[in-house]
Structures are given as C-alpha cells and as structure tokens.
Ligand binder design. Structure first.
Ligand SMILES: [Zn+2]
Length: 119
C-alpha cells in the first residue's frame, strides 16, 4: 500500500503556490496518476530488459515541435516522477545529441515486453 498523498484532495495544496501562472499545471486526476505510475513501472521494466541490448531510451514524434524527441530511460523516469509530484516535466529537453539508432518507440518496448512474458 502506498501512503496516501495528504494533499491529494486539498485545493490549498501548498505546492500550488510555488508555480506562477505560466508554469501552472492542472493537478493530475486519480486516473491520470495511476496511468503515470503504470508508465513509470513500464519504463523501469523497459530499461531492465532493453538497456543490456544497447537500447538507451524512447523516441516519439512531438506534435508541438514536429520533430522526434529522444529520451533516456532515466530522463523518462525523472519526467514521470516530476509529473507525479505535480511539477512540470521538461518535455522539450531531450537528450543531447542522441545516438538515434539506440532509441525505440514506446510501442516497440511494449511489444518486446509482451514477447518476453508470453514465452
Ligand atoms: Zn517538442
């Protein structure tokens, strides 16, 4: 059992005073929070099985920039932890000069994990 966030339902969460309007982020709904926690678990799984095979992280097409972004496993996990903590994650700060061949799409990782588990 995870300890319950004491500010989960509190509109006066002190953390909300720390960000100005430009950085304002809507609090996660309980469903979103569960979703991010699941993704975080997956990232840790992906890292465990794919990093030994030379895969360094995930890439995806960013709709804002219209270019691919590359994220190391640890950066992905840090972004998700920031999201769970109610902080804005630095979505547009991908890895510097990534080796693009060492990054795979999220769906590839899901499929890879499925393949391992069905053996
Ligand atoms: Zn972007």
């Amino acid at each position: 059992m995870m300890p319950r966030d004491p500010f989960a339902d509190d509109p006066n969460d002190p953390a909300s005073f720390l960000s100005d309007d430009a950085d304002h982020m809507e609090p996660l709904s309980p469903e979103e929070r569960i979703h991010v926690q699941q993704d975080l678990k997956l990232v840790e799984e992906f890292k465990k099985v794919l990093q030994p095979r030379g895969i360094e992280g995930i890439f995806f097409m960013c709709e804002d920039c219209e270019e691919f972004h590359y994220y190391d496993w640890d950066i992905m996990a840090a972004n998700m932890r920031a999201t769970l903590a109610g902080e804005l994650s630095p979505v547009h700060e991908p890895s510097v000069q990534p080796n693009v061949e060492a990054y795979v799409p999220w769906d590839y990782c899901l499929g890879y994990l499925d393949g391992l588990e069905s053996r």
